[in-house]
Design a protein around this ligand. Sequence first.
Ligand SMILES: [Zn+2]
Length: 88
Amino acid sequence: MSEPTNPFVSSSGRRATCMEMLQLFLDGEVTTEQREYFLSHMDHCMPCFKSYQVDMAIKQLLKDRCCGDGAPVDLVAQIKAQIIQKDS
Ligand SMILES: [Zn+2]
């Protein structure tokens, strides 16, 4: 099984890291090609998959609680720790 061409390579030829890809993906700043690449990348990249789950959970939580714009950083860290702990 060969990897599809990585559409996240910048014009300088540098590949985006997992975190960079994830950030772009979460920000919605990706092309359809990049989106599809990242989705299949997540299938076999546990760190990306986990970060994505954590981020989604936090967004949902913040939305549910309606904290306005942005929760305190330590609350976010706390939630992340809880989710990661629960998973492992
Ligand atoms: Zn990854």
